[in-house]
Ligand binder design. Structure first.
Ligand SMILES: Cc1cc2nc3c(=O)[nH]c(=O)nc-3n(C[C@H](O)[C@H](O)[C@H](O)COP(=O)(O)OP(=O)(O)OC[C@H]3O[C@@H](n4cnc5c(N)ncnc54)[C@H](O)[C@@H]3O)c2cc1C
Length: 450
């Protein structure tokens, strides 16, 4: 009988523990190839984010996560091939060259990845595609509604799912089929200088972070502290590992339940689950709305009133606006690749309401910089704040002065991140900055005015 050859395409599921799809691959094929297609900045992202490349903290976290995954696979006599090709080309090449019979891929929430899977299904029909949820709390069969009937607000969604029993994390993969010989794909070696950073990528660091978090009492105070702006302890900081799939939400949930059993459940421990449900909502939202996630008019298909002021967008990105709290948050993002949830809400509100910019520019800039960038959570939250998403109130404008009084009353955060930007104005206020060249005809016409 012919050998079956599987190809496991890692996307945002960079782990070996609690990975039901990898477990399935290990049982179902005779040989296995593990690939990851290294992301490149798309022309769309370059245009909207207006940066030539991803932020260095984000890149470093990804590289560390891939390195760690490779080590985990090496321990199972396998290896990760980090491929310098777009997914469709890489998979097609492997299918043509080696006769891949099975493709294993997470049920992705990004529409580009799903388009690649759909194209493979059509163009390489002999490959069986096995897709299942690897990075959500629930699976599609688990949900008490069809995806097409996803509730239009988070609260309705939460009420339907929060009492559902969750399946436990799966047992660790202990063996993997061997790698077939003869696959020549252009691969990348990830040897960058490691810079000091807030987070270390990879499942080992992620699991260690969770253990330490739940070994402390922080979870019992989470609801009171979660709106902090600075520091490691006010919120869980699970997001970078969740976004890359170095941690699964089920693993976190299981640890949370163990913590509650040992220390008691309270509003704060529940609120961690509540926030994971927000993530879950956006995961299904992205799968439900696909490309509408990136549409100016959002899922409401109602384009907001806005304009494009190139200068204002640059000020926002660099943290040189007249709003110190916004500047401080943007400096924090540019330096670390991370920003608090409160900060994200404030800078997004500023971009949309104070600066009058198209929300997609802000979302794209976040995509290029955030160490925890997640397509669903990022674009879903931006839509929500721009009033074109799942917000029942339509739109949210934060009063930046009041927010500063509440969350940074002594301006410590602002000073730490140098948010006070002397003389910052939204637009030019000096006549010499106006881009009008006074020629003779201008003089003539201006002299006609009273
Ligand atoms: C404009 C905007 C863009 C955002 N972009 C992203 C993004 O790209 N990736 C991302 O993971 N989160 C994003 N968020 C959500 C949230 O800000 C981060 O998840 C959170 O700040 C991460 O820090 P933490 O892990 O300490 O969060 P915690 O407060 O400790 O929350 C625990 C977990 O719950 C989930 N969570 C919390 N709040 C939200 C939320 N509003 N939406 C979805 N999930 C949530 C995250 O997985 C988080 O790790 C965005 C929020 C806004 C307002």
């Amino acid at each position: 009988m012919n050998k079956t050859i599987g190809l496991y395409w890692f996307t945002n599921d960079l782990r070996v523990h609690d990975n039901p799809l990898l477990l399935r691959a290990s049982a179902e094929v005779d040989q296995l190839i593990c690939i990851y297609c290294y992301p490149k900045m798309s022309p769309y992202l370059k245009q909207y984010a207006q940066v030539p490349e991803f932020g260095s903290a984000k890149q470093q976290f990804l590289d560390e996560s891939l390195h760690c995954l490779n080590l985990s696979l090496n321990a199972l006599n396998q290896r990760l091939q980090v491929v310098d090709l777009p997914p469709y080309q890489a998979i097609k090449h492997a299918a043509d060259k080696l006769g891949v019979t099975h493709l294993f891929v997470d049920a992705v929430s990004g529409s580009d990845e799903q388009d690649a899977v759909d194209k493979i299904q059509v163009e390489v029909p002999h490959v069986s595609i096995i897709q299942s949820e690897v990075r959500s709390l629930f699976s599609a069969e688990h949900l008490p509604f069809d995806l097409g009937s996803l509730p239009d607000t988070f609260t309705k969604f939460r009420k339907k799912v929060e009492k559902l029993a969750l399946t436990k994390p799966v047992e660790a993969v202990t063996t993997l089929p061997p790698l077939p010989e003869g696959l020549a794909l252009p691969t990348l070696s990830l040897t960058r200088d490691v810079q000091p950073s807030l987070f270390t990528g990879g499942e080992r660091a992620g699991l260690e972070h969770c253990r330490q978090y739940f070994a402390s009492t922080l979870a019992s105070e989470y609801k009171q502290t979660r709106n902090g702006l600075d520091g490691m302890d006010y919120s869980t900081k699970f997001s970078p590992w969740l976004a890359h799939g170095c941690l699964s939400p089920k693993t976190i949930y299981a640890m949370l339940k163990r913590y509650e059993a040992a220390n008691g459940a309270n509003d704060s421990t529940y609120w961690i689950y509540f926030e994971l449900l927000w993530r879950e909502y956006f995961y299904w939202y992205a799968r439900r709305y696909k490309r509408q996630l990136f549409r100016f008019g959002g899922i409401q298909n109602q384009a907001p009133l806005t304009s494009f002021y190139a200068h204002r967008f640059q000020q926002w990105k660099k943290g040189e606006t007249p709003f110190p709290i916004v500047n401080a948050c943007m400096h924090q993002l540019n330096e670390t690749g991370y920003m608090s949830n409160r900060g994200r809400q404030l800078v997004a509100s500023c971009l949309v309401h104070e600066l009058g910019l198209d929300w997609r520019y802000g979302a794209a800039y976040f995509e290029s910089q955030l160490v925890d960038y997640d397509v669903a959570s990022n674009w879903g939250n931006w839509q929500y704040l721009a009033g074109v998403g799942a917000d029942p109130r339509g739109s949210r404008q934060f009063n930046l002065e009041k927010q500063t009084e509440m969350y940074d009353p002594h301006m410590e955060f602002i000073d730490r991140w140098q948010g006070r930007c002397a003389g910052a104005h939204l637009d030019s206020v000096d006549m010499v900055d106006w881009p009008i060249v006074m020629g003779s005809s201008d003089k003539a016409s201006s002299s006609e005015k009273p």
